[in-house]
Design a protein around this ligand. Structure first.
Ligand SMILES: [Zn+2]
Length: 426
């Protein structure tokens, strides 16, 4: 069919196509099932055309809906979509929370405001000197998170449509967002009054953080062949919503939270939600494993829901070679991020770490810590189960990455005191 041809011959490279397929959850024979919008986007020759394609596509969709979509395709969003730049940083922060694919990128904006934004953008483009709107635009951070049920649900709906059109219904992030939406809707009577501004802030942040790790996971042809796709980690958030547990995340931007009588909440850096092998099957949401004792003294975990039933846990029985490998990294107070280490070591996929014949090791656990119940469903091996040669080979692969991260960190010159609390050290 023509779509398949357009895509096959289109302007995205095979690598980019594999990534797109990964986010869309499409197997090796399903490239022709990519959402039709990609055919149109690939035919667009420049940013203006890309923008026109997006606006037209969503206007057409909006006309068929009971509630209109009001997505504003700002320059940056158009560019991010055209370049498949969906996750500006895997370690999300407040200032960039609305960039890339983010629930805040599609916050509904009234038609009047859209016109004003267009005018401002045109003014900025044509200006030869810095204008007031430049200054304002530069200061513009993400929009506020919704504070109540109706605007919150509206935002979720708009985001769902956006994801559906771009990534289709097999996108795992969309699937989880949708399940959260449905839970909230089915509990409307209870939730509507019970969920306050701070919980909406936490929930919004959870969705932003999940999009970062999900769209920061890059599939390659091998992944697609193996049917291994990026996975959403929103399952925990959903269980909390369903169980009417208070949804709370440690590093939700304080800008969104109502002032707390107990003083501002402690901020922590977003933990790697990633480490997500784009590969693994979901761990089935099995029963709680108890053993919460370890979790509390572990300062990490920002960006993740406080998950009392599945606390982070240091590996008490690390292989000595791996402990040695990680010592300088920990001494520098750097957060444990396996993917980051791999990337720095020039290994572009976790697969590059090799296959172990009898088990599927959790790299994160081997290097330092993981959740009590592995979110990736991988094996938390004891030291005795690690073959010395394999440990040696793993060290050889990762050591250059660790060295690089440490020297980059020294260059940035973050005073260690600022990092101590989030670091992996004791
Ligand atoms: Zn694990």
């Amino acid at each position: 069919m023509c779509l398949a041809i357009a895509l096959a011959g289109g302007k995205y490279t095979d690598l980019q196509m594999a990534r797109l397929q990964g986010w869309c959850g499409l197997g090796p024979t399903e490239r022709n099932k990519l959402p039709p919008i990609w055919g149109k986007l690939q035919a667009a020759r420049d940013k203006d055309e890309t923008r026109a394609v997006l606006i037209k596509h969503f206007e057409r969709l909006s006309a068929t809906l009971e509630e209109p979509l009001n997505i504003y395709f700002a320059d940056r969003l158009v560019e991010d979509i055209a370049k498949l730049r969906f996750s500006p940083n895997r370690d999300p922060d407040y200032a960039s929370a609305h960039l890339g694919v983010s629930i805040l990128a599609v916050a509904p904006i009234s038609a009047a405001s859209q016109v004003r934004l267009d005018e401002e953008a045109a003014e900025t483009r044509n200006a030869t000197v810095l204008t007031l709107s430049d200054v304002r635009a530069a200061k513009k951070g993400p929009p506020a998170a919704p504070k109540a049920y109706d605007p919150g649900m509206r935002l979720l709906r708009q985001y769902k449509f956006f994801l559906t059109e771009l990534f289709g219904l097999k996108c795992d992030h969309l699937r989880e967002v949708n399940l959260i939406y449905l839970s909230l809707r089915s509990m409307q009577n209870r939730v509507q009054a019970a969920m306050g501004a701070d919980e909406w802030a936490h929930l919004t942040w959870a969705v932003v953080v999940d999009a970062r790790q999900f769209f920061g996971t890059f599939s390659d042809a091998e992944d697609i062949e193996a049917g291994v796709f990026p996975q959403s980690n929103l399952g925990t958030t959903r269980s909390m919503v369903q169980a009417h547990t208070v949804v709370r995340i440690r590093d939700t931007p304080t800008q969104w939270l109502p002032p707390s009588p107990r003083g501002p909440p402690a901020r922590s850096r977003a933990e790697e939600l990633g480490g997500t092998r784009s590969g693994t099957k979901r761990s089935g949401g099995g029963g709680a494993t108890g053993g919460g004792a370890e979790g509390s003294r572990n300062g990490k975990g920002g960006g993740k829901m406080d998950d009392a039933s599945n606390p982070a846990r240091k590996n008490p029985d690390r292989h000595p070679l791996l402990a040695e490998l990680m010592r300088p990294h920990e001494a520098a107070g750097l957060p444990l991020r396996v993917r980051e280490i791999c990337t720095a070591a020039g290994i572009d996929s976790l697969k590059g770490l090799g296959k172990w014949p009898n088990n599927k090791p959790c790299w994160r656990w081997l290097l330092g810590e993981c959740r009590e119940r592995c979110p990736q469903g991988s094996d938390h091996l004891r030291s005795a189960e690690v073959d010395a040669d394999r440990a040696k080979a793993l060290c050889a692969k990762l050591a250059p990455g660790i060295k690089k991260l440490i020297s980059a960190d020294v260059e940035r010159g973050t005073p260690p005191s600022k990092r101590q609390k989030t670091g992996g050290g004791k």
